[in-house]
Ligand binder design. Structure first.
Ligand code: SF4
Ligand code: SF4
Length: 302
């Protein structure tokens, strides 16, 4: 359903309904994230074969949803992206859907995001939370990737004393590094633990030579941010941008294109033709900490 402000509104799945839909399994997000039930990600005891594409794995593992045309789905999302970018900014609302049944916990998304955004030690935009469930021999490991939720009603923006963090017309919650004073109020306010502080560390700082890749400029927000002491983003709060710099270039977020399980879908929630809307039309849709009223624009399928 499209609301009067052009934002897609989806019936929230209450905790009670969610628990009723699922038989077992609890996935924990960050410490702040409430308990979430989900269907088994894959049948216990099954193993993905290295080098096997998502399609082949989908048919090989019992209980895994069919996903045998992920390459086509990437192309479709790229078409969705083009259509969205052709519209005025206020007419598109970026959103992400993560299918927890497809996530294999490989953390390719986490690593790709670190590389794409040149993230230093202590800064992770997309961790994959995991939890082991059950008692031997009936044990399962469950995974929950957690980017910034890009909330429609973000808790982080209101507390910023210098208005450095704000919500864009297309739904992305952004940080103006030039305004940010590093007070970390936003980090404390985010109920999803999605923000981190850039303390200016380097992976190779204790070694004889700082590796050159560590000082390469970060491309966030369509600018080059050289990594030098006393200059942003060192000393700033940092978070997932939905890869805004890639979107501007007509590319999908890197966590989408690198996801081994084909578990992450991205697009314009205002576009009824988009793959994100198609994924959201099914059963088992949920958002983290729905009860806070932050209205995350990242949805999970369980
Ligand atoms: S959208 Fe980009 S910045 Fe956000 S988690 Fe994915 S890869 Fe990282
Ligand atoms: S890349 Fe995909 S399958 Fe791997 S951890 Fe991330 S979301 Fe899960």
């Amino acid at each position: 359903m499209v609301g009067k402000e052009g934002r897609v509104t989806l019936e929230p799945v209450t905790r009670r309904e969610f628990l009723a839909q699922t038989a077992a399994g609890v996935v924990l997000g960050v410490a702040a994230v409430g308990a979430l039930n989900s269907k088994p990600a894959a049948a216990a005891g099954t193993t993905a074969v290295p080098g096997d594409g998502p399609g082949n794995r989908a048919t090989a593992i019992k209980g895994w949803p069919a996903n045998n045309d992920w390459e086509n789905k990437i192309r479709r999302q790229e078409e969705d992206l083009k259509r969205a970018l052709a519209k005025p900014i206020e007419q598109r609302q970026w959103g992400m859907v993560i299918d927890l049944r497809r996530c294999v916990g490989c953390k390719a998304c986490t690593v790709a995001c670190k590389a794409e955004n040149h993230l230093p030690p202590g800064v992770v935009y997309r961790p994959v939370m995991e939890e082991e469930r059950g008692v031997y021999p009936q044990v399962q490991r469950q995974f929950l990737p957690r980017p910034c939720m890009h909330c429609a009603k973000p808790a982080c923006t209101a507390v910023c004393p210098v208005k450095a963090t704000y919500k864009r017309a297309d739904g992305i919650v952004a940080i103006d590094y030039n305004r940010c004073i590093g007070c970390r109020y936003c980090i404390a306010a985010c109920p999803y633990g999605a923000r981190s502080f850039d303390a200016g560390r380097f992976y190779t700082q204790e070694t004889p030579r700082l590796e050159p890749y560590e000082t390469e400029p970060a491309p966030e927000y369509g600018r080059q941010w050289p990594r030098q002491k006393g200059r942003s983003p060192i000393g700033n709060a940092r978070k997932c941008t939905f890869c805004l710099h890639r979107l501007r270039a007509g590319q999908l977020p890197v966590c989408v294109t690198t996801c081994l399980g084909g578990a992450t879908c991205f697009g314009d929630l205002n576009d009824p033709q988009s793959l994100v809307r198609e994924w959201l039309a099914g059963e088992g849709r949920m958002r983290l900490k729905e009860e806070l009223g932050t209205e995350p624009q990242v949805y999970y399928l369980t």
